[in-house]
Design a protein around this ligand. Sequence first.
Ligand code: ASN
Length: 318
Amino acid sequence: MQRDLIADAAVTLEGTLAQLQGPQTVDVLKVQQAIIRAAHDFMFKKGLVQLMPLMLSPITDPLNHGVVDAAISYAGSRWSLTKSMIFHKQLTLLNPELEAIYIVSPNVRLEFADRAYTGRHMFEFTQIDFEFRNKDGAFVRSFMEELVQFIFSKVEEELPEVLAKYRPDFLPEIGQLEVFRTEELEAQYGADYEHIKSKEAERPFWLLNHKREFYDKEDPAAPGTYLNYDLIWNEGFGEGLSGGERENEYHQILKRMDETGSDKEAFRHYLEVAKEQGLPYTAGAGFGVERMARYICRIPDINNVTPFSRRPGMPALF
Ligand code: ASN
């Protein structure tokens, strides 16, 4: 996306204060609040138990792209700021009393400056992250469809004046979303398939099979493909959620770690649990709160969704 004046001015005190005090910021904050309240309500109704967020951990999400390492030494250990709580979700479900959990999870991902103007990246953000034991991807996708519909209905009911400003044509009906596969879209549209399809689509859609982190399960029926899924917002807003069924068998995790070049030593306790006790079979996903607010309010640059600039690779004053 193009650089815009407000965004560039955000590194000056004047620009920072303009964003902090602007009316759009208040609208967006109300939308985010409505999203989180509705998500809590929905999760409670569906019986998911809330886990408090952890900001520091000896292991965290390796992600499928490089970021600046955010780690500190403390108590004789090396701790990373959590990029997601993926492993904590899976480990928490070792407790036999828990079937499903969720977290309102602040994530720090110190992206490089090449992501400064994608419109979709901030170097810290919040995702609502959830995980089910003994459920598959199809279950998680229909859970998410119901959740998005519930959130959209609440936003429409509670904030009609905000929606009238940004989305007078209303939010789309969710129902059952169309499902595509990465390899199909790539064959049809070329390398930029996700962006092109996101711009063309009239409603959000699912995109299956990304080659990603070692924890997303490889399809045993079709090795080399993965049982994961992204929810892609239409109108060009792009990825809003990612999730998958998880690798839980020790040898398969090792194989996937070899393929992705992961640091086995850093994950030794996780691997020990997988080997000695066995990890539960789980599936889940997480969606970005700021990205959903950006979609609802049709804001081109996600850095205008926050009162405090968090643009990748760029300084901020507060
Ligand atoms: N929340 C995502 C998941 O459940 C992981 C992530 O944020 N990278 O798969």
